[in-house]
Design a protein around this ligand. Structure first.
Ligand SMILES: Cc1ncc(COP(=O)(O)O)c(C=O)c1O
Length: 367
């Protein structure tokens, strides 16, 4: 007897950054600050009152949460959206899979530009979509000539672009995004069909002043989707709440493939409680951004190359043997991430004390 394993999964292993019990964890781009005691109290109360109705299925359309998310986006980026233009799921990972289920699939191609988020090819694999990775320039920007050629050749149903990009930290220039959106009006899998352009803004709140959000272009481009998450700036990775903003026909299509009652009433209640505390986020984000700029200078001071970052992490190098540097840091109680192009490592921005510990350990390792 053997189980009906699928050939395509032979030799595959599940996604997973190491979850190790070490003093300094700077490997998965979390917000280093735990929720305040006021927020914990509010979440506890909200979850308790949702628990009183746990015998009932949750609100399938979660319009209250969508309204709160629209309010938050309007404050954060100045872009006003109707609640019907927002959709949420258990992390932006789930949103992305739903987008591929709705618009990708057999006979359809998903394009992205490497190096980028390592989950994208897995979403394509799991939805039977064809995966095609183009390349980026030496500075990890999009090479628009290459982008146009690839899109004309592949006629993708979806194009995934993370901005700020993971693992590089670099943001997509708004003029390049406009070019991409202009190039994709008719580049989709059928006659007169657009390619869906999905901008993954998981780290958008950390962008430097003057860097735009793709949300600003939603009104003009009905084939644009912007995804966001509460896992990073909101400091709620454990909550599992990701969301997207797009034109209504896209949201309606995603609603067709979502699982019934996919967003638990406890998640909805906790997310709303966390969103109500949003005013207190900006000081924390400001501090993480300031720590990032400080760490850029310090890494450069060690003679290292650091990619320009609009996120809460830095990609730095170049090392001949990244694994031995990673290992030596781990031996000193500092966990970072071995990810990205050859010679580079990635570190998340921690608290000031964690950043000092990382830098002290790295200085030791390099000397
Ligand atoms: C670029 C990018 N998109 C999406 C995600 C997933 O976030 P979520 O926790 O919302 O599923 C991550 C997580 O690291 C990420 O780096």
């Amino acid at each position: 007897m053997t189980l009906p394993f699928r050939e395509k999964f032979a030799g595959e292993s599940p996604y997973g950054a190491p979850q190790l019990n070490v003093p300094i964890c700077l490997n998965v781009n979390e917000n280093p600050y735990p929720p305040s005691s006021e927020l914990i109290a509010d979440i506890t109360q909200a979850v308790a009152s949702a628990a009183a109705n746990l015998n009932r299925y949750p609100d399938r359309d979660f319009m209250e949460l969508r309204t709160d998310l629209a309010t938050y986006l309007a404050e954060e980026s100045g872009v006003k959206l109707a609640p019907e233009q927002i959709f949420a799921a258990n992390g932006s990972n789930e949103i992305m899979v739903e987008l591929l289920q709705a618009f990708g699939g057999p006979g359809r191609t998903v394009v992205s530009f490497a190096p980028t988020y390592s989950m994208y090819p897995e979403y394509a694999r799991n939805t039977e979509s064809r995966w095609m990775a183009g390349r980026r320039t030496e500075d990890f920007d999009l090479d628009l000539t290459h982008v146009r050629e690839l899109i004309a050749r592949e006629r993708p149903a979806l194009i995934l672009v993370a901005s700020p990009n993971n693992p590089t930290g670099t943001a997509l220039a708004q003029e390049d995004l406009v070019e991409l959106l202009e190039t994709t009006w008719n580049s989709g899998p059928g006659e007169d069909t657009a390619s869906l352009v999905v901008v993954d803004e998981a780290y958008a709140e950390f962008r430097r002043d003057g860097v735009s959000s793709a949300l600003e272009l939603l009104d003009e481009y009905p084939h644009l989707v912007v995804t966001r998450t509460m896992s990073k700036a909101f400091g709620a990775a454990g909550l599992r709440l990701g969301y997207m903003a797009a034109a209504r026909p896209i949201v309606e299509q995603v609603t067709i493939v979502r699982l019934p009652y996919h967003l638990s009433s406890l998640t909805q209640a906790a997310a709303r409680a966390a969103l109500a505390h949003r005013a207190k986020l900006s000081e924390q984000i400001r501090q993480i951004r300031a720590e990032r700029e400080k760490l850029v200078r310090e890494l450069a001071g060690l003679g290292l190359e650091v990619a320009q970052s609009d996120a809460n992490f830095l990609m730095f190098g170049l090392f001949e043997d990244t694994h031995s540097v990673w290992q030596a840091l781990l031996a000193r109680g500092v966990l970072i991430r071995e990810v990205g192009p050859r010679g580079f490592l990635r570190v998340s921005i921690g608290t000031p004390a964690e950043n000092v510990a990382f830098l002290t350990a790295l200085t030791e390792v390099l000397s």
